[in-house]
Write a protein that binds this ligand. Structure first.
Ligand SMILES: Nc1ncnc2c1ncn2[C@@H]1O[C@H](COP(=O)(O)OP(=O)(O)OP(=O)(O)O)[C@@H](O)[C@H]1O
Ligand SMILES: [Mg+2]
Length: 235
């Protein structure tokens, strides 16, 4: 059984249909990258998986549970965490308070162990733990957002454009963190504009265009596919 199975999902906003019969799977411990043009429906797909938006047709199964109609707080309890593309930290809270908010859905009083696990992964956050998240750089904020999501020790982490608007050096650093997170056994499904770099580190990838599946394969296969290269990787 895959950890996540998206089966022929149709979803959208109001009268507008955005996703049309999208299917994909994530196996346990896998890193999977979704690429595609702006407006393809990548963020919409992430929201539909997490339960912020519900599929009109098709189904979403996570860890053998049908989550198609579940609210996000229940999806989180099953072991899936989501870092949205924008507004992914509480800017008026400190780093440590952000981590505590990440653990909130579990309702556990003692978060020492989870914080230690996250600080071990992101040593910079330990140094900055009393700083307001709103006063951090883009890359640091992204680490706060990822750290908060990891507080619940999820089986699957959804990342929507974790490297957006970062300098090349920080992009490398974020990808390196994602690789380390994956080594701890967490499966990762990410949407990425840095398509080449994300496919190089991903086990598998999907190309989404115009709300539909276009290509899928191992990261390497997609990187070497001339059609994918020409249309989606800038030649
Ligand atoms: N809340 C919303 N209400 C109505 N339409 C929306 C909403 N959010 C997104 N859309 C529309 O859905 C389509 C897909 O948007 P989505 O954000 O999923 O694309 P994306 O692939 O993530 O793009 P990007 O690469 O720019 O992040 C777009 O046409 C967008 O205008
Ligand atoms: Mg998006």
């Amino acid at each position: 059984m895959p950890l996540l199975k998206v089966d022929s999902v149709t979803a959208g906003y109001g009268d507008t249909e955005i996703l049309r019969g999208v299917s994909m799977v994530v196996q346990p411990r896998e890193v999977v990258s979704i690429i595609g043009p702006n407006g393809a429906g990548k963020s919409t797909l992430m929201k539909t998986i997490f339960g912020l938006l519900h599929a009109r047709q098709g189904s979403v199964t996570f860890d053998e549970h049908d989550i198609t109609r579940l609210a996000p707080y229940r999806v989180v309890r099953l072991g899936m965490c989501y870092v949205p593309q924008v507004a992914n930290v509480f800017t008026s809270l400190t780093v440590e308070e952000n981590l505590e908010m990440g653990a909130f859905p579990a309702g556990k009083a003692d978060q020492t162990e989870s914080k230690e696990r996250v600080y071990a992964m992101f040593p910079k956050l330990r140094q900055r733990r009393r700083q307001l998240a709103g006063k951090m750089s883009g890359g640091e904020r992204q680490m706060v957002a990822m750290g908060s999501a990891l507080m619940l020790n999820p089986k699957l982490l959804l990342l929507d454009e974790p490297t957006a608007a970062l300098s090349p050096k920080l992009v490398d650093e974020i990808f390196e963190r994602i690789a380390r997170i994956s080594e701890t056994g967490v499966a990762v499904l990410m949407v990425e504009q840095n398509a080449r770099q994300s496919l190089s580190m991903a086990d598998r990838g999907y190309v989404l265009a115009n709300g539909e599946n276009r290509h899928e394969g191992t990261g390497r296969d997609l990187l070497n596919d001339p059609n994918v290269g020409r249309l989606y990787l800038g030649g």
